[in-house]
Design a protein around this ligand. Structure first.
Ligand code: DSN
Length: 415
């Protein structure tokens, strides 16, 4: 038998060590990256299961391989649970990521060279919404809307741009927009110019799942998401729609259009995540995400900081960092040295290049999973401020390092 029955540690010490290092990093850092979360042991177990051995090209009960009876059940359960959460008729759970899901939507609904209107990257949009070095900006004619000077979507301006540019598809959704998105208004605009409305709800999917952000249905023609942000599942993508004609196009655009075999271990982990999202505790968790972000916004404002749009309606906000004499990259690096992980982010009309940026994106989903409540989020804002203000004082920084590690020890991860 060529089967190696040894553990990872016995087979590959280097990788085992790096995984241990990463586990410790996750334990020993306050995680504020708005697109990250900690999955449950159940999700992790499904993801690390024997399903990784199985090929299942095709869809449930229409596969190109034998032996698919159990993975058929798993994928069917994932689809039905997902449709139940978002109250829609059809879903595809095979996209390997959010960008793969978005690629499949483009391939299904628009042709190369067609005009697509999305949110610009500096205003908070995503790479796959038309950025010049992504497939979406290279293959399609991407035009953009941003935010008004206060950091809010301006629907009159979006309508004006749509009428001028006549897009075939309008994308609503963002990676760093902290305000409620009005999908009904987007629908009206799309109807006025005869465009598809495509909603990328990746960041806010968990909030939408429990009714804490308005749903893109019934307004969107098609909706995509990742499963690993506020939805708290494995890394992966999904596509949803109420239209039979569109799901047919999407299904062939995912397989065989842009992917081969689905990752059945990930689809099982997605199904577990959807099960968890249907439990009453998930709503309590999402409510706490919102309370925690509000606490941080309030504390940062009290400490004198500016926030894009002045606040947040969801799980994230962008702190404007340049007034304290640091750019986003410098602030991100400094905080990382002291046990706080987050990412630099452009602010609307950012004068700095993207790799420096003038802002920091801060999210509450991960630390809420870990058990942080208002008290700990308030403390975190104070620690961040303290680190910035005392960045040249080694003794004071050492003292704050200890405080951060003491706080984190009270909230261990189960891994
Ligand atoms: N890269 C993700 C984020 O951080 O928001 C979006 O897919």
């Amino acid at each position: 038998m060529f089967m190696n029955k040894k553990s990872l540690k016995q087979v590959d010490k280097q990788i085992a060590k790096e995984i241990t290092n990463e586990t410790n990093r996750q334990q020993n850092n306050i995680e504020l990256i708005a697109s990250e979360n900690y999955v449950s042991l159940a999700v992790l177990e499904a993801q690390g299961s024997v399903l990784t051995n199985k090929y299942a090209e095709g869809y449930p009960h229409k596969r190109y391989y034998g032996g698919c009876e159990f993975v058929d059940n798993i994928e069917s359960l994932a689809i039905s649970r997902l449709c139940k959460i978002f109250k829609c008729k059809y879903a595809n759970v095979q996209p390997h990521s959010g960008s793969s899901a978005n690629l499949a939507v483009y391939k299904a609904l628009v042709n190369p060279g067609d005009t697509v209107l999305g949110m610009s990257l500096d205003a908070g949009g995503h790479l796959s919404h038309g950025f010049r070095s992504s497939f979406s900006g290279k293959e399609y004619h991407a035009v953009f809307y941003g935010t008004d000077k206060n950091g809010y979507l301006d629907y009159n301006e979006i309508r004006k741009i749509a009428k001028q540019t006549k897009p075939k598809m309008i994308i609503a959704g963002a990676s760093a927009y902290s305000r409620t998105i009005n999908f009904k208004k987007f629908r009206e605009i799309a109807d006025e110019v005869g465009a598809y409305l495509f909603v990328d709800m990746a960041h806010i999917a968990g909030l939408i799942a429990v009714g804490l952000h308005p749903s893109p249905f019934p307004y969107a023609d098609v909706v995509s998401s990742t499963t690993h942000k506020t939805l708290r599942g494995p890394r992966g993508g999904i596509i949803l729609t109420n239209r039979e004609d569109i799901i047919k196009k999407i299904n062939s655009s995912v397989f065989p259009g842009s992917q081969g075999g689905p990752l059945m271990h990930i689809i099982a982990a997605k199904a577990v995540c959807f099960y968890e999202a249907l439990q009453p505790e998930f709503k309590i968790y999402q409510k706490q995400i919102l309370k925690n972000i509000q606490t941080m916004v309030k504390e940062f404002k009290r400490l004198g900081y500016q926030i894009v749009s002045g606040g947040s309606d969801n799980h994230l906000f962008t702190l404007i960092i340049t007034p304290i004499g640091l750019n986003g990259l410098e602030a991100e690096t400094l905080l990382h040295q002291h046990g706080i992980t987050l990412n630099k982010n452009a602010v609307p009309h950012d004068p700095l290049p993207l790799f420096k940026a003038s802002g920091l994106r801060i999210g509450s989903a991960a630390m809420t999973t870990r058990g942080f409540k208002e008290k700990e989020f308030k403390l975190t804002a104070q620690y961040i401020d303290y680190i910035f203000k005392n960045r040249n004082n080694k003794n004071k920084l050492k003292m704050i390092d200890k405080k951060i590690q003491t706080l984190l020890k009270k909230f261990p991860l189960p891994y």
